[in-house]
Design a protein around this ligand. Structure first.
Ligand SMILES: NC(=O)c1ccc[n+]([C@@H]2O[C@H](COP(=O)([O-])OP(=O)(O)OC[C@H]3O[C@@H](n4cnc5c(N)ncnc54)[C@H](OP(=O)(O)O)[C@@H]3O)[C@@H](O)[C@H]2O)c1
Length: 309
């Protein structure tokens, strides 16, 4: 497994990170028991993945707690989050949430603590009213680095992060990026590189890229919206040209994201042990051929209306 340095945090992280949320929640949504889900994480750790992302809202923090038991705590980088959507956060609610996350994870520190799914309209109050509590938690050693994640489904062109990166308050950001929606390249990655901010990406593989039959419908819809030029694609098999260089669409999708300048960790969530093995193999494969990458950039250059879900 390739590793990299997560920007200004200085942490050495695997390029593949395990996502413990998303549509699968490491199998929780498919009915796996906590110990079956923990086995998936253990297999990933044994294969060289050292990064895992969760949130207080996913219900998967206890699974991570189980999976790290008996391991050197410093060998795993844990990212988790405080929800920001349902009700206004106060310093007290943040402190309580952090305490509970630490208990569920069975650890006395969190490496990367994120404000979760921040929408543009909440950004200012979170910085003025909540950020100082995060700083105090960092000073107390309960968290090591402060991060923010966007609400990609509602903020498909990264309005919150465009603003957030001007402030230079965040050690790490979590961004939506994939073959279909590449808007983060200009909106986020350029500034993140300039400021040496760590970048973890989500949505590398969602519905559109999980199975070939889906991509055809997504592309038809984007042609209809005027965001893809029909001259650029075979509408029957829009990404068929990748069959020569990638073993599957998810394989192409993960390798495309991994090579993007500014991206450190590509999150990958699964509850399916076969998918885990396939995804680990994808992260070991070489970059996609440059001609394929350029073609993907060209086809989807005007797309900003979908997350791929
Ligand atoms: N706003 C936020 O902060 C936010 C929002 C969303 C996600 N996240 C974080 O980002 C992580 C990644 O999220 P994501 O949106 O990219 O989704 P994800 O959690 O990575 O889920 C990937 C989806 O693709 C499927 N899949 C995985 N590998 C596959 C393969 N090889 N072949 C076919 N299907 C495959 C999975 O289903 P199977 O279980 O069947 O494999 C799952 O449905 C999350 O787990 C979470 O930690 C954060």
């Amino acid at each position: 497994m390739q590793t990299t340095i997560l920007g200004r945090t200085g942490l050495t992280v695997s390029r593949m990170g395990m996502g413990a949320g998303g549509p699968s929640q490491i199998g929780k949504k498919a009915g796996l028991t906590e110990s079956e889900s923990a086995d998936i994480l253990r297999k990933a750790f044994d294969a060289g993945v050292n990064f895992v992302d969760s949130s207080e809202g996913y219900g998967t923090e206890p699974i991570i707690g189980q999976a790290i038991q008996g391991r050197d705590r410093s060998s795993i980088v844990i990212s988790t989050k405080k929800s920001t959507r349902k009700k206004k956060i106060t310093p007290q609610t943040l402190e309580e949430s952090l305490h509970q996350s630490l208990q569920r994870l069975g650890t006395d520190y969190i490496d990367i603590y994120n404000l979760h799914g921040v929408v543009p309209q909440d950004y200012d109050y979170l910085v003025s009213d909540v950020y100082p509590t995060l700083q105090r938690a960092r000073e107390a050693g309960k968290i090591r680095f402060i991060a923010v994640s966007e609400m990609f489904n509602e903020d498909k062109t990264h309005t919150m992060l465009r603003k957030g990166l001007q402030d230079d308050l965040w050690d790490v950001v979590m961004v939506g990026f994939n073959i279909l929606n590449q808007t983060a390249r200009e909106a986020v990655f350029q500034k993140a590189i300039e400021n040496n901010v760590g970048v973890q990406i989500m949505f590398a593989v969602r519905k559109a890229l999980s199975r070939p039959e889906h991509i055809k419908n997504f592309v038809a819809d984007l042609i209809e919206k005027g965001q893809i030029d029909p001259e650029d694609v075979d509408v029957e098999n829009p990404l068929g040209f990748l069959e020569a260089s990638a073993v599957s669409l998810p394989d192409a999708a993960y390798r495309f994201c991994r090579e993007e300048a500014g991206v450190h960790v590509v999150l990958s969530g699964t509850g399916n042990p076969d998918h885990l093995v396939a995804n680990l193999e994808s992260f070991d494969r070489p970059p996609l051929p440059e001609a394929d990458v350029e073609r993907l950039k060209h086809i989807f250059r005007n797309v900003d209306s979908t997350t791929g879900q």
